[in-house]
Design a protein around this ligand. Structure first.
Ligand code: GLN
Length: 456
């Protein structure tokens, strides 16, 4: 049974204190529902919550930033266009860390989102609003964006499903860029089947995004029953230290369930994965410093009211006022690693290590069909716990960033809770364009766990 518009609005009102949505525009929604009522397609009547960095014509697109607090989008992102053509209903825009930089949604200029499972905890980030919307029952489907884990980590923290597709599988046209060589849009849903349904609609070549590829789009939902994964790789060497005991326990239980169901588990080595945080925070910040240069308060962004002595001072005043502290930190880091004299030492070297991480995965996929990893080393942390400790926040991305660095797809599925009731997620990684395969395994695991939602 799908969630109706009135159910959505009721749940939205009941959960206002969780600060999940940035925009729910009821008159816009009413008109939109009317227009969509005549569109028949695979998503007819289904509500989809959209992260606030994915443009929807006529709605605010703030990206969680005060800089864009008045920016109403004049166009639809390709994914939004495709959802509309498939009959889906855009419910509204969800909260996120400013410009998708963060792991907790606490870096939103509009206040943090709280985890619906336990409001003292963060929902993860940066797509925390999207994951919380699904977990709180506002909608069954949401879109997030994932540059270093921002779909999978919040899905893990909120106990829902999140898929980062292969780089190039989904058009980025209309996604406000953070790090263009890593960004990818993907579904956050209640079940694996719903993730397959939403991916089906948004995947495929788009002339407006030159990095989208025309590799054939599989029948993701139709193929869910044919699980043809035989061998699973687990990099046990990465799980020895720094893993929360209950995350380790839930992960091992899920591995044991899969083993019992007939899968062969192999110990694999990914020797360069320990460099992935360093590589990611060089490449992502370098690309961000360039992408965010367009926000100058002239064409995009709010202007500072103070009069400036020069054009440079004018830009500086606008950027000083518009960007929050984490975004400024990233711009400074990115500018530093790209600056002359440091480029080879940081950016150039990070590019080389990126290749080695990619090759580690390619080597592993020669012997296994999919790879299993925890989504995050810990369950959700408390609001405020890491907000002033950027290093702790960055380290929580240890298991997710390598997937973006290698460009491969990753699915996060819930594998149970801690004693305190906080969800734990596990990632299933596949080789390039093997979304169908990891969705099949995720679906099989969901069934084995008996956690498939009734009626799906
Ligand atoms: N947490 C990571 C970061 O802060 C990932 C963000 C993302 O995937 N957008 O950069």
């Amino acid at each position: 049974m799908s969630i109706s518009v009135s159910d959505f609005l009721t749940r939205y009102r009941e959960t206002r204190d969780l600060n999940i949505m940035l925009t729910v525009d009821e008159p816009w929604l009413e008109k939109h529902v009317c227009e969509q009522s005549s569109v028949k397609g695979p998503l007819s009547g289904k509500l989809i919550v959209i992260k606030d960095n994915i443009n929807v014509k006529g709605l605010l697109n703030t990206c969680g930033s005060a800089f864009l607090k008045n920016y109403i989008s004049p166009y639809d992102a390709t994914v939004v266009e495709r959802i509309k053509k498939a009959g889906g209903i855009i419910a509204g825009k969800a909260n996120q860390d400013e410009f998708a930089m963060g792991s907790s949604t606490e870096y939103s200029a509009f206040g943090p989102t709280k985890n619906p499972v336990n409001p003292e905890y963060v929902p993860g980030g940066s797509s925390g609003g999207s994951a919380a919307a699904v977990a709180a029952g506002l909608a069954d489907y949401a879109l997030g964006s994932d540059t270093g884990g921002s779909i999978r980590q919040p899905a893990g923290f909120c106990g829902v499903v999140g898929l980062k597709p292969t780089y190039g599988r989904v058009s980025r046209y209309g996604l406000t860029a953070f790090a263009s060589s890593l960004d990818q849009i993907g579904p956050i849903t209640r079940s694996v089947r719903q993730a397959a349904e939403l991916l089906q609609v948004i995947a495929g070549k788009d002339e407006r995004d030159a990095t989208s590829t025309d590799v054939e789009v599989d029948d993701y939902a139709g193929n869910l029953g044919n699980d043809n994964v035989r061998t699973l790789g687990v990099p046990f060497h990465l799980l020895r230290e720094g893993l929360h005991p209950e995350v380790k326990a839930r992960f091992e239980e899920a591995v044991a369930i899969l083993k019992k169901s007939g899968k062969e588990i192999r110990d694999i080595t990914l020797p360069h994965l320990s460099y992935s945080i360093a590589v990611y925070y060089i490449l992502a910040t370098a690309e961000a410093s360039s992408n965010l240069a367009r926000f100058d308060g002239v064409r995009y962004g709010v202007r500072s009211e103070n009069s400036a002595a020069s054009i440079d001072a004018f830009y500086s005043a606008n950027r000083e006022k518009g960007f929050g502290p984490e975004v400024k930190r990233r711009i400074m880091l990115g500018t530093y690693v790209l600056s002359s004299g440091y480029y080879d030492a940081y950016y150039g070297r990070a590019q080389k290590v990126r290749r080695l991480i990619y090759e580690d995965f390619q080597k592993a996929f020669r012997t296994v069909d999919a790879i299993l990893l925890p989504t995050c080393p810990t369950p959700a942390f408390k609001l405020g716990e890491n907000v002033n400790n950027p290093m702790a926040m960055y380290l929580s991305d240890i298991f997710t960033v390598s997937v973006n660095i290698a460009g491969i797809p990753g699915l996060s599925v819930p594998v149970g809770n801690t004693e305190e009731g906080l969800p734990v997620g596990m990632q299933i990684l596949g080789n390039l364009y093997e979304e169908s395969r990891i969705l099949q395994l995720g679906h099989a695991l969901e069934t084995l766990q008996g956690s498939a939602v009734a009626g799906l």
